[in-house]
Ligand binder design. Structure first.
Ligand code: PMP
Length: 309
């Protein structure tokens, strides 16, 4: 079997040649910023296209400033690296691309040392969570980290300890996913996805000051909802119990896509089945990412013909 090809510090290398020294700062202190980008296969043409890759790299460009990291290339160039990585790995299915910019200093001691590194990997990826049955979620006993502790809008590697604790606790308790409350007790998000609720045909999601990642799928959902005649879209604080009385709840994210939630803390949400608005948004999302409906300019980037080296 061919070794996967990885992009590391400007070179496309076979994965076994990309060892990370054990003293690497990011490994000890979580000083890295990552992204998650999907590319979808168009079932009719077989073409694979990156979805909103430039927006992900633009977000990463903002986020790396939190850790005094500089990205080595422009967002447009990074989109082309992602496409080339997919081609070089000969991937022709749905793909997940993981860029990672991190502190590479090999010294003991906290701080933000100047040595930066940049890696990108591309893997085949199907579902991250079930998007059909309706997820059973539990409100986590772990609180979402605060912006003035570790900003969660920044996709900082170390911040995902918070997500990992909540996700594992949820699984250990028999739930599919966790829902985080923030330090004010309001709903924040899932472990790696944003959350929406539907009330009387209106869409509601926690605003960006509630301790959330400013999700690109969240933005896509709001765009699709506005295009699709949803009565209104509100970004505002959401109480835990407002989730219990919602008609519909769904989670969304690059990996998770749009995933209906049908139970929270054991309580049935709405009818107990994926809701009509959730299903409509899901279908619109699927049609766009797979090229069956027109996307906004710049949202889809064709990867091109796979190659093997
Ligand atoms: N919240 C968190 C904590 C996440 O890690 C993610 C995944 N990137 C999301 C929300 C969803 O963001 P996006 O739609 O940009 O993938």
């Amino acid at each position: 079997m061919r070794d996967p090809i990885v992009f590391l510090n400007g070179a496309f290398l076979p994965e076994p040649e990309t060892r990370v020294p054990i003293l690497t700062h990011a490994l000890h202190y979580g000083t890295g910023i990552f992204e998650g980008i999907r590319a979808y296969r168009d079932a009719r043409t077989g073409e694979v296209r990156l979805f909103r890759a430039k927006d992900h790299f633009d977000r990463m460009r903002h986020n790396v400033t939190f850790l005094n990291i500089e990205l080595p290339l422009t967002s447009d160039e990074l989109v082309q690296v992602a496409a080339e990585l997919i081609r070089r790995n000969g991937l022709t299915t749905d793909v997940y691309v993981r860029p990672l910019a991190y502190k590479a200093a090999q010294r003991i001691g906290v701080g933000l040392p100047p040595e930066d590194a940049f890696a990108m990997i591309a893997l085949p990826m199907g579902l991250y969570v079930d998007t059909e049955k309706g997820l059973h979620c539990g409100v986590s006993s772990w609180r979402r980290i605060q912006d003035n502790a570790i900003p969660c809008r920044a996709k900082i590697c170390g911040a995902y300890v918070n997500s990992s604790l909540a996700a594992q606790e949820a699984r250990d308790r028999g739930f599919d996913e966790a829902i985080f409350l923030n330090e004010t007790g309001h709903v924040a998000e899932g472990s790696a996805m944003n959350i929406f609720l539907v009330r009387d045909g209106h869409l509601v999601t926690p605003d960006v000051s509630q301790g959330i990642l400013e999700g690109i799928t969240r933005d896509t959902v709001m765009t699709l909802a506005a295009d699709g005649g949803i009565a209104s879209i509100a970004e505002r604080p959401v109480d835990r119990t407002e989730l219990y009385v919602a008609d519909e709840v769904f989670l969304c994210g690059t990996a998770a896509q749009i995933a209906p939630v049908t139970r929270i803390d054991g309580r049935i949400i709405g009818t107990g089945r994926p809701g009509a608005i959730t299903l409509r948004l899901q279908a619109a999302y699927d049609a766009i990412v797979r090229g069956a409906a027109p996307a906004r300019p710049g949202w889809l980037e064709p990867v091109g013909v796979p190659q093997w080296i």
